[in-house]
Design a protein around this ligand. Structure first.
Ligand code: UFG
Length: 320
């Protein structure tokens, strides 16, 4: 297929782009490099340095079979402080992209949605049919896109799949030996922050709250390997047909607390990694764990590296 990957110079988008190139697809990456890196675009993909507003110029070439849409802002805290950026970028930008897809007859889209669409869950593991009550503009903007996709699918025959990511981590090695890893300028994610301390950047890691209603008092999350997450996109693309919008959760179904993650990082790195308890971070739900039963059943997705030790080991190896 001829595919446009928006945000393909970012962490997750670049891994998916690499796997699509390896699978023999014709890949065009569109990225404005606001958070991505041009050197993350895999060899074999064409790179267009442009924003979502200009995606139509590329789609106008014709012949595109689908879009995989990663380009977005994704920091929960920033979204609370600057909701304008999140509504304009994540919803406004996507509506421009969808419009360009209609104009240029692109029949399918795989969209990066998020666990943040659910907000504070009533139960875990979370299923796709559970209520969506986002607690921040990031989750709300992604949920708005999911809602738009359902309507576009019904009215305009767009085939759409939304993948709701839980906590993505680890690094991926391509068939050519190239390593793809998380390289955020502002790093807020737990695993890279803990590994940075092991590398000597900072004296200790902050634990944001130890008074949650969980066994050790710290937040529990469902960590998924970026390589496993990426493979789900290839399955979603193959299944994306007709005027249907399907939503799938992507996680491993097992939760780990912040303390458990730090402990696995100590094992993997052999570094003591001091931890200091700090106040809770605004908007953090106590427990987020996915049921991925739907994508396993419908698309046969099966994680190859579901263990937290493997996820952390791959992230650590990529840093050294
Ligand atoms: N945490 C710390 N110390 C840190 C960093 C994080 O204690 O230095 C804690 C957080 O408070 C949270 C857990 O570690 O309890 C995981 O935090 P991350 O920032 O790694 O991930 P989040 O669960 O906050 O966010 C992820 C994605 C978001 C998505 C969200 C869904 O990064 O894009 O899951 O809820 F919205």
């Amino acid at each position: 297929m001829k595919l446009l990957i928006t945000g393909g110079a970012g962490y997750i988008g670049s891994v998916v782009a690499a796997q699509l190139v390896e699978a023999g697809h014709h890949v065009v990456v569109l990225d404005d490099l606001s958070t991505g890196h041009a050197d993350a675009v895999p060899a074999g993909a064409r790179f267009v340095h442009a924003s979502l507003a200009d995606a139509g110029d590329t789609l106008a070439e014709g012949g595109f079979d689908g879009v995989l849409h990663f380009a977005a802002r994704s920091l929960v805290g920033e979204s609370v402080e600057r909701p304008d950026l999140y509504w304009a970028g994540n919803l406004g930008g996507t509506l421009m992209l969808l419009d360009a897809m209609r104009v240029h007859d692109v029949p399918r889209i795989v969209f990066s949605s998020t666990a943040a669409t659910y907000g504070e869950p009533e139960r875990t593991p979370i299923e796709e049919t559970d209520p969506t009550r986002p607690t921040n503009p990031y989750g709300a903007s992604k949920l708005a896109v999911d809602t738009a996709l359902s309507a576009f699918s019904e009215m305009y025959g767009l085939a759409a799949v939304s993948l709701r990511y839980f906590n993505v981590a680890g690094a991926h090695t391509g068939e050519d030996g190239r390593v793809y890893r998380e390289r955020h300028t502002v790093e807020t994610h737990l695993i890279p922050r803990v590994l940075a301390v092991a590398l000597g950047e900072g004296d200790s890691v902050s634990v944001f709250g130890d008074d949650y209603p969980t066994p050790d008092g710290t937040c529990i999350r469902d960590y998924i390997h970026v390589g496993d997450l990426a493979r789900a996109h290839l399955l979603a693309l193959a299944a994306c047909a007709g005027n249907r919008h399907t939503i799938y959760n992507l996680g491993n179904g097992t939760g780990f607390s912040v303390h458990e993650v730090i402990s696995v990082c100590r094992e993997v790195t052999g570094h003591p990694i001091p931890a200091v308890t700090r106040p809770r971070r605004a908007g953090d739900p106590a427990v987020l764990v996915a049921s991925s039963a739907r994508i396993q059943r419908d698309l046969g997705w099966k994680p190859e590296r579901p263990g937290l030790h493997d996820i952390v080991s791959d992230a650590w190896r990529a840093l050294r």
